[in-house]
Design a protein around this ligand. Structure first.
Ligand code: FAD
Length: 358
């Protein structure tokens, strides 16, 4: 059976890895590089790792596994009646097609938005790194994990870092948890401007509702836009992302979607961890196993030297188990947790919550 995967991010890559050997796997990727780690981009910008460390698998890894990798090739249309993927370099026939086109960074929609960079790809990271070398300082917009990773790593590397976020808290956590993260990152050198809305940008800074904040290098890191255009153009149902069911099926026969481009009952993973999990479930489904994907939020991040894990449902007050883990319950059952610094505890809680143990 021929499986064609569009996109060589963690979702597409994991799927190809799990199917190779048993299926004829082709990856169609518009970038000209083998897959690289987006979670490591801010480490690269900070100068903590060299460029080659971003690539987990060299080109011969694909070759040795029998995975056909079509780089520099953009998928344009899925011709469902003929079961071929139309690309800018010709047609690729498929038995099953998986859309793993990911997402792009949300662009700032303020006057002067062209003075604000975004971060999603290696070429974005190179642009930011080059500007950082000239400026020595950076202003990061956003209060989510990408903004915190970038701000934390660059402060740790000794750059002057401001973080502007229009919300009151970080990562949509409550004030107590958000405060722990803010305090640790402030210690690392990040200057926070919370509850501050950006109204416009120019070459030398940002106009905000709290006054002008100077800074020549500005990077917007708030939110993603799922890449759903290939699906929409091919007549496949999409909302914010490409609609899938719990078998990762789209509305078109033999066409599936995983990762940041896919939406299941309003849930868009938004993390490499979720993309990989979906790909693993789909690979088992394609091998004939009786499996379903159940969305489960769980993400592990590192902001400067602070490890943070956010697992399951984290609404409500919750209770501290010790100084490092706050758990959230429904009745007696633990359904969510936020864990600081203790990765082993985080993994233990992740297992407990996922398996629904009391
Ligand atoms: P992507 O990684 O976006 O890959 C999609 C691929 O499809 C791209 O290579 C794109 O070029 C290709 N493509 C798109 N359209 C087409 C087309 N028409 N034809 C051909 N190819 C196409 N997640 C975590 O879990 N932990 C972290 O710490 C973390 N940190 C992050 C830090 C940064 C700076 C960024 C940007 C992201 C971070 N993420 C993190 C998020 C994580 O990287 C994404 O959730 C993950 O990459 C999604 O994987 P994906 O395979 O769905 O899509």
């Amino acid at each position: 059976m021929g499986v064609v995967v569009v996109g060589n991010g963690p979702g597409g890559l994991e799927l190809a890895k799990n199917l190779s050997g048993e299926f004829d796997v082709t990856i169609v990727e518009r970038e000209s590089l083998p897959g690289y780690s987006k979670p490591m981009l801010s480490h690269y910008i900070a100068g903590f790792i060299p460029e080659e460390k971003l690539f987990p698998y060299p080109l011969d890894w694909y070759e040795n596994r029998g995975i056909k990798l079509l780089l520099g090739t953009e998928a344009r249309l899925i011709d469902r009646s003929r079961k071929v993927l139309v690309t800018d370099r010709g047609e690729v026939p498929y038995d099953a097609l998986v859309i793993a086109t990911g997402a792009r960074a949300r662009e700032p929609s303020v006057p002067g938005g062209e003075y604000i960079l975004t971060l999603r790809t290696l070429s974005d990271a190179k642009r930011i790194r080059a500007r950082l070398e000239d400026e020595g300082e950076i202003t990061v917009l956003g209060g989510g994990f990408i903004a915190l990773e970038l701000a934390g790593n660059l402060a740790k590397a000794g750059y002057t870092v401001k973080l502007i976020h229009r919300g009151r808290t970080l990562l949509r956590l409550d004030e107590e948890l958000s405060e722990i993260i803010r305090a640790r990152l402030e210690n690392a050198g990040v200057e926070f401007h919370l509850e501050t809305s950006v109204l416009g940008a120019d070459e030398t800074g940002l106009r905000t509702d709290k006054g002008y904040i100077p800074g020549r290098l500005k990077v917007c890191a708030f939110g993603i836009v799922p890449n759903r255009e290939l699906a929409v153009r091919s007549g496949i149902h999409a909302g914010r992302g490409i609609m899938i069911d719990d078998h990762l099926r789209t509305s078109a026969k033999d066409v599936y979607a995983v990762g940041d481009c896919a939406e299941l009952n309003g849930f868009i993973g938004g993390t490499a961890k979720a993309a990989v999990e979906q790909a693993r479930v789909l690979s088992r489904i394609l091998k004939g196993e009786d499996e379903r994907y159940e969305p489960f939020r769980s993400a592990f991040f590192k902001f400067a030297d602070l490890n943070v894990a956010i697992i399951g449902k984290t609404e409500g007050r919750g209770e501290w188990l010790d100084g490092k883990a706050r758990v959230f319950r429904e009745g007696e059952k633990v359904v969510g947790a936020v864990v600081f610094d203790d990765l082993r505890e985080a993994m233990k809680l992740e297992r407990t919550i996922k398996e629904g143990l009391p």
